[in-house]
Design a protein around this ligand. Structure first.
Ligand code: HEM
Length: 363
């Protein structure tokens, strides 16, 4: 009775206003994906496939929901794959190219040997689904970026939007380029900051992106330098004892989880690990030891919200490194191989080269 009186007392104009606001309110998914984004790279947009493949994003997500339910480690593998693609020659799916008689795959370079075959297979499977739905429209580089985004969210992390429109490279990077671009886990903050500054990433990006180690696994070889011959003084004693059970001697082939607290959940516990001196790699723990990055670690350990906001910003920024767009590169028919007949000796865009040549003549 009282409720109906209250309702009746609300003027019609107010009800109309509320109804209008409700109708114009963004969908729940959009609200969840709200956040702070870096400027978009020229040629990328959030609605790149709106007309050509409107279901692209839901096809990727539906596939991964089922695949990650079967294999939780796939999420970590895909999050890492996007990083290893972008840091080397830009986010151009060059990491996916298999070796040919004349070109060695990036996959054969040391830091890439532990990327999981399941991640490469998932990208090709997703591409096949997209081809069936829309033709050869969605690039492998965009699939890698979308798969990484969905893996973050399906693991419990934040939802966010991915700028799209990347195109695929015609060539892999050389082994030297891969080794020079991906920092070693034995690196300290000075080395890490040096490597990241070359691709326009700063200390905050470094700390946020390292938060990717909130999921996944690592082999003993990636951290045994901290156990043998002498134990790293910055490592918690109990944690070291625990690791030595998994890696009792140098050269043990075994794995352990990156985040001892919540190994399969994308959350801020990785930073809590660092506060407790339970970071796995030198490159992790030094983020807490070094005064330049320590306050950022402390902030993310205190506030998951702060971590998620910054992770979105930095991962989207990373996802736009040196992208190929427009008429550059190609859309591969098979993510593991350059399209038949495409000649990597030709310039990416003949038209652009002609324009460039004309401009240099004028100058
Ligand atoms: C800052 C420099 C970084 C270094 C030195 C580094 C190093 C490593 C190493 C050595 C491994 C384990 C490899 C193995 O032993 O199997 C690993 C795993 C992993 N990394 Fe990083 N990483 C860095 C940055 C990142 C970034 C930026 C991300 C993503 C945002 C990321 C995500 C991951 C994930 C998810 C795994 C687990 C993969 C799996 O379980 O298959 N890492 N990283």
């Amino acid at each position: 009775m009282a409720a109906s009186r209250r309702c009746a007392a609300v003027p019609a104009a107010t009800l109309a206003l509320v109804a209008a606001l409700l109708m114009s309110a963004p969908a729940a998914a959009e609200v969840a994906a709200a956040g702070r984004y870096p400027p978009l790279a020229p040629g990328l947009s959030f609605d790149h496939y709106k007309k050509s493949c409107p279901k692209a994003e839901s096809i990727v997500k539906d596939f991964l929901k089922a695949a990650i339910r079967q294999n939780v480690g796939l999420a970590a593998a895909l999050i890492r794959l996007h990083f290893h693609d972008c840091f080397v020659q830009g986010c151009d799916a060059s990491i996916l190219l298999d070796s040919t008689p004349t070109e060695k795959s990036e996959q054969e370079a040391g830091p890439n040997l532990t990327l999981r075959p399941a991640a490469f297979k998932a990208i090709n499977d997703i591409r096949d689904h997209l081809e069936k739905a829309c033709g050869r429209v969605v690039s492998c580089a965009d699939i890698v970026a979308l798969a990484a985004r969905d893996s973050v969210q399906l693991g419990g992390g934040p939802a966010y939007r991915v700028p799209l429109g990347r195109r695929d490279s015609l060539k892999p990077a050389s082994q030297d380029t891969v080794n020079g671009a991906l920092p070693a886990p034995t690196s300290k903050v000075t080395t890490l900051l040096g490597a990241l500054s070359k691709i326009n990433l700063d200390a905050t990006d470094l700390v946020a992106l390292s938060g990717g180690h909130t999921v996944g696994i690592a082999h003993c070889s990636s951290f045994e330098n901290r156990l043998f011959p002498t134990q790293d003084a910055t490592m918690n004693q109990r944690f070291a004892g625990h690791l030595k059970l998994t890696c009792p001697v140098v050269g043990t082939v075994n794995t352990t989880v990156n985040d001892i607290r919540t190994p399969n959940t994308f959350d801020n516990k990785y930073y809590v690990d660092l506060l407790n001196r339970e970071g796995l790699f030198t490159s992790d723990q030094d983020l807490f030891t070094d005064g330049r990055t320590r306050p950022i670690v402390e902030n993310f350990a205190r506030s998951q919200k702060a971590f998620f906001e910054q992770f979105i910003f930095s991962y989207v920024k990373m996802g736009q490194i040196q992208v190929l767009t427009g008429s550059q590169g190609q859309i591969r028919a098979n993510c593991s191989a350059r399209n038949a007949g495409s000649n990597d000796d030709l310039p990416w865009s003949v038209v652009e080269s002609v324009v460039d040549a004309a401009e240099s003549l004028v100058l």
